[in-house]
Design a protein around this ligand. Structure first.
Ligand code: PMP
Length: 306
């Protein structure tokens, strides 16, 4: 998993040189915010997908928790690009993380306590493995997502992933590829690390971003691409049974990309094969990286600036 270099507190360093003290605030109190980004191999060379949007979300997550990043968004964007060049990678999964470091124990961060920033670039294929192609077998989790005004779901914070771990561990134990959590109100939310989409009678349905879910950047991209393809999209509350009666179901995320779902709670979705809307959206999405889909939104940032 290691690559030769990572970026830590302002400079590129050998991977093995980065370390964190055991008293780090984030380790005890979950005070980290992070991103997951992808670099794709494109005809113009390696290119980040929606780099500026990911960096913006990182800063917004930090703002919610009053974590001072100490670098500008432009500096973080430049560091992300530099890291891919340093590692000579053609494609990558990139993980920027900002966290409260070693500055004394106690929940309330001490004045002047350090904030650390690191960026890792990893070789990482399909997040859900072969499920990305054949379709994932998922379950509805017995664990719900936190209610609004408990843990803010728009902030991509390390602590939120305790909920994701419970969902993913339960799913794995049951022999599923992934778990889908309901929100505090019992309505559909999202996967442990993915947003959720359903197709019913040619319409694309997805829980609203106010449903206690992460406002995913892939989710936003899919909504944009659907409009481009003339597929009607509705962001609305959906009950659990909508999953069992949908024509198609898929999940989206930077790591998961667009992963078809072939069964929910062992009930087959549609024909059990990725359906036409899922396939059209996957084609449009992956077409961004081989040039078949024009990047009309400026979503790609090449690493070499070409
Ligand atoms: N929900 C959760 C809980 C996630 O961890 C992720 C992955 N970051 C997503 C949704 C999808 O977000 P994005 O498309 O921005 O990666």
């Amino acid at each position: 998993m290691n690559t030769p270099y990572l970026w830590h507190n302002g400079r590129i360093r050998p991977w093995a040189d980065a370390s964190v003290h055991v008293s780090a605030h984030a380790l005890h109190y979950g005070s980290s915010v992070f991103e997951g980004e992808r670099v794709y191999a494109t005809p113009r060379g390696p290119a980040y997908f929606r780099l500026a949007d990911h960096t913006r979300r990182l800063f917004e997550s930090a703002r919610v928790y009053e974590i001072e990043i100490g670098y500008s968004e432009e500096e973080i964007n430049a560091a992300c690009l530099e890291l891919i060049r340093a590692n000579r990678m053609a494609s990558a999964y990139v993980r920027p993380i900002v966290f409260r470091g070693a500055g004394g124990l106690g929940v309330l961060p001490k004045d002047g306590a350090p904030v650390e920033v690191a960026i890792m670039a990893l070789a990482w294929g399909a997040y859900l493995g072969e499920a990305a192609e054949r379709g994932a077998d998922v379950c509805v989790s017995s664990w719900h997502r936190p209610a609004p005004n408990t843990l803010p779901s728009w902030a991509k914070a390390g602590g939120n992933y305790l909920s994701s771990q419970l969902i993913a561990l339960e799913a794995q134990r049951g022999g599923y590829d992934e778990g889908i959590a309901l929100g505090h109100n019992g309505l559909l939310g999202e996967g442990a690390g993915e947003n959720l989409f359903l197709v019913k009678k040619g319409r694309l349905l997805t829980p609203p971003s106010s449903a206690g879910i992460l406002a995913g950047i892939t989710r936003d991209s899919v909504i944009t691409l659907a409009a481009e393809l003339g597929i009607p999209v509705e962001e609305r509350d959906l009950p659990r049974e909508a999953l069992y009666t949908a024509d198609e179901v898929f999940m989206t995320g930077t790591a998961a990309e667009i992963t078809p779902v072939r069964s929910v709670d062992r009930k087959t979705v549609g024909t059990g094969q990725p359906g036409p809307v899922t396939r059209a959206l996957r084609e449009a999405f992956f077409g961004l990286f081989d040039g078949r889909t024009a990047d009309r939104w400026g979503w790609l940032t090449t690493v070499t600036g070409t």
